[in-house]
Design a protein around this ligand. Structure first.
Ligand SMILES: C[S@@+](CC[C@H](N)C(=O)[O-])C[C@H]1O[C@@H](n2cnc3c(N)ncnc32)[C@H](O)[C@@H]1O
Length: 225
């Protein structure tokens, strides 16, 4: 990929398979990855909406290899994951070269399901490539301010408010933040509002269109979270 093509991706969303796209990007071109890939749980909401690639883990190892390729040395990656497949996510990340540097629990004020337990949290790994410097103000690994988005823009839409503090803790102003599974663009809005550059990739053309619309809309629409 030429420098010109790469600069066209900056502060925008590319529609395509992120593995393909990332493998064509220059090595070490992003400063932080904050992503929310499919959880591998065959998710289906009440209205029948599903998530692409949520039923098949063939993309998992190549995606972590590609994220490792685009991330610069001595930098961090935060990846949400599905707890029923924690082993697969950890194995894929380690095989790519990442080291687990932390684990984040996002406490919700509602249960997303009730069976043996009331399922009231989401989770993400903090992965390190190389030896990143410690942040000036390390955030807690339990994050409490999860606000229900209503999933209006995406069936598994994350709240912008829980993403922005992670971006602020782990990157300096102007850094390039990438979300290769960006859905409706929540990470990109958080990065933009924190004064960072961003790169989004999304496979589904409808979600891609939503993220573009959101980025070009008013702050009220973009914060619809
Ligand atoms: C859990 S959702 C992300 C939701 C997002 N955090 C939000 O707030 O809207 C995962 C997204 O990854 C996309 N996806 C799945 N496989 C992909 C691939 N190979 N390349 C790019 N995007 C992919 C899905 O279409 C879905 O929108």
């Amino acid at each position: 990929m030429s420098g010109r093509l790469f600069s066209q991706m900056l502060d925008g969303v590319t529609c395509g398979d992120c593995i393909d796209v990332m493998n064509h990007m220059p090595a070490g071109c992003v400063d932080f990855v904050l992503t929310d890939p499919p959880y591998l749980v065959r998710y289906r909401d009440r209205s029948g909406r599903t998530v692409a690639n949520d039923d098949d883990d063939a993309w998992l190892a190549p995606a972590f290899r590609a994220m490792y390729h685009v991330l610069r040395n001595d930098a961090l990656c935060v990846s949400f994951y599905g707890w029923t497949r924690a082993d697969a996510f950890l194995t894929a990340a380690r095989a790519a070269g990442f080291r687990a540097a932390g684990h984040i629990v996002f406490r919700k004020r509602y249960a997303s399901g009730v069976r043996f337990l009331r399922y009231e949290h989401e989770q993400a790994y903090l992965f390190a490539k190389g030896d990143p410097p410690l942040p000036m103000a390390p955030p807690s690994d339990v994050i409490d301010n999860w606000r229900y988005t209503g999933n209006r823009l995406h069936p598994t839409q994350k709240p912008v408010g829980i993403l922005q503090p992670l971006i602020e803790a782990f990157t300096p102003s102007g850094a390039i933040v990438m979300d290769p599974f960006c859905g409706s663009g929540s990470t990109l809005i958080a990065a933009r509002d924190a004064g960072r550059r961003f790169i989004g990739i999304e496979l589904d053309p409808d979600h891609h269109a939503t993220s573009v619309r959101r980025l070009h809309g008013t702050r009220a629409l973009s914060a619809a979270a």
